[in-house]
Design a protein around this ligand. Sequence first.
Ligand code: NDP
Length: 448
Amino acid sequence: MMIQDAYLNGLMERVIARNPAEPEFHQAVQEVLVSLAPVVEAHPEYIKEGVMDCLVEPERIIKFRVPWVDDAGVVRVNRGFRVQFNSAIGPYKGGLRFHPSVYEGIVKFLGFEQIFKNSLTGLPIGGGKGGSDFDPKGKSEGEVMRFCQSFMTELFKYIGPDTDVPAGDIGVGGREIGYLFGQYKRLRNEFNGVLTGKGLSYGGSLARTEATGYGLCYFADNMLKANGRSFEGATVVISGSGNVAIYACQKATQLGAKVVAMSDSNGYIYDPDGIDLDLIKQLKEVERKRISEYAAHHPKAQYHAGCRDIWKIPCHIALPCATQNELDGEAAKALIANGCYAVAEGANMPCTPEAVDALQAASVLFAPAKAANAGGVATSALEMSQNSMRFYWTFEEVDEHLKRIMTDLYQNASQAAAKYGMEGNLVAGANIAGFLKVADAMLAYGVV
Ligand code: NDP
């Protein structure tokens, strides 16, 4: 989509020139600038005071060597990253991703998106993201521990409960957070809320594990109900079988839907009887196995190698919960042809721009990641609050907060879209609502 503003167009050209070979970052900035054209037209001060130029430039990027020794005694060297993108409304907050595809452009795209997502939660958190090209798959416990300890031995210099609070993301779950927190505590000799997604025995929050997947369904439920639909009786396809996918499956099922497919990076399973989530949890959370093993336990289930065709399975609601750009224009056409009426993004930027355009043109209800998957970071902020208070809330209390936050978020995004003449366009609404709070704080600070 074109950016309907000459200044923002020029800014986009500068972003591409100054950040070469980072297509994911360009894609994320482009989508936001398209949405913001009517906002800067109404508020030229955002351009005049330099807010737009500062917004696309990270406050700080930290890039470091992560040496560690594998089980065979061989020295391995990975790269670590932390992008501290914007702290206008609170300490940097965003996950760490461990995956071989991680490079500066991925971390910048995720950090940029995080600014708006965190603002949308209504909580005082800035935007950041980090990670490494380390691949935890196939590594022993000892190797994962030594890697995490080495990673934190550098990162601890730059983070803190009032500065920057990382969390998990792809490849970083409870186990990795435990090793990272243990090393931070040892180096700093402080016990504080520097990381979220911690285990319950050392400061974690109840419902944080479930929060992104549950929040996604709460958001989608609001969107569906506002349009006369619901999860009740709907057939749902979910990509991924990690943290977000598993708890999205659990909540969608609780809300009355039947989830018929899930995937991992090798392929997908289709189970017409409905996914057996206990088995998925056992395979993926406990045994760390491939999803292909599911078919051996359920004779009617089919396993297909490769992920692309998962979107050809007929469904009413699609929840992409694996990774960026996993649902393209062709997949969107297949969903539309099969009568899909809603897509809600659990992963970050899982739909390509072509897919988003096609879905919106066909009036498929579309919930963008920035809003729809914000439940994870919102609950992380609740974990920070509990750590600061040295206090714990019950599961039900945290879940109630989460539900209210996702409902408010839906209302804010849809009202912002309507106010700027784009009723029903939650992509624009989320970008605008997230932007305004951050931009006003930046204006208040002057040029800093
Ligand atoms: P996990 O590592 O727990 O799970 C990721 C899932 O996606 C796995 O099933 C994995 O398969 C699959 N996957 C990863 N990379 C690819 C790929 N290149 N192609 C196909 N499948 C892939 O991560 P999360 O569930 O935490 O994160 C999933 C998405 O949700 C990410 O986009 C993340 O940024 C986003 N997100 C996560 C939040 C959280 O709280 N965890 C919060 C907000 C957003 P395999 O097992 O084979 O690796």
